[in-house]
Design a protein around this ligand. Structure first.
Ligand code: IMP
Length: 196
């Protein structure tokens, strides 16, 4: 048989499950994966996240907890907003902070401080045997006010370095051309392409 025809066991063939309850995350990644010829299957469900650890640890811990509940290979991701002047806060507490003080609270917190920050996404992939992690970072600064209707979460207060608009003022393709999430996904896709 022509080896090029027998691709049934290839990591880029078939579906890869992405576990998230966040539709925005799914839509952003769906596009990136489609461009690589990999079909993303959305497993829409919530899972518990540990507190008090880094984004990497949260991502791995969440994946470990659900391996026995998901059939076959899957991945999930955890993202944090790290503000330099606050020693990286909210970082692993990003979800809690978004749900409590929100973007308005962040703007108040950093009044008069340096506004540099970064997003970090850590993807954890379980191939059925082992866990693999891929990260992606986007540097930027916190805007002076809430701007834009697109995106989600902290997007309306995040201006990527080299840009003058927030992520929420960009369309999804533009955000994905530079985002922390897409960078982590590109690393993941390269791994899949190379891991025959
Ligand atoms: P988690 O990865 O869902 O735990 O995200 C933590 C917090 O960061 C949540 O409040 C999300 O809404 C927010 N968040 C995650 N990814 C992004 C992003 O790409 N842009 C803006 N906010 C985000």
């Amino acid at each position: 048989m022509n080896p090029e025809e027998d691709m049934s066991d290839h990591p880029t063939k078939g579906n890869i499950k992405f576990v998230t309850s966040n539709e925005h995350k799914f839509l952003e990644l769906q596009e990136i994966f489609r461009n690589s010829g990999i079909n993303l299957e959305w497993i829409r469900r919530k899972y518990e996240e540990i507190q008090g650890e880094g984004t990497e640890e949260i991502s791995l811990d969440s994946a470990r907890k659900i391996t026995h509940e998901i059939n076959g290979r899957f991945f999930l991701e955890d993202t944090g907003l790290y503000i330099d002047a606050l020693n990286g806060f909210p970082g692993p507490y990003s979800s809690y902070v978004a749900g409590t003080i929100g973007n308005t609270g962040i703007l108040k917190l950093i009044q008069g401080l340096d506004r540099s920050c970064r997003f970090l996404t850590v993807i954890t992939y379980f191939d059925g045997h082992e866990f693999f992690q891929f990260d992606g970072m986007l540097r930027g600064s916190i805007s002076k006010e809430i701007r834009g209707k697109g995106g989600f979460g902290y997007d309306p207060i995040f201006i990527p370095d080299g840009q003058s608009i927030t992520l929420a003022e960009m369309d999804i393709e533009t955000k994905s051309s530079i985002s922390h999430r897409s960078l982590a996904a590109q690393r993941f896709i390269s791994h899949l392409m190379g891991s025959r």
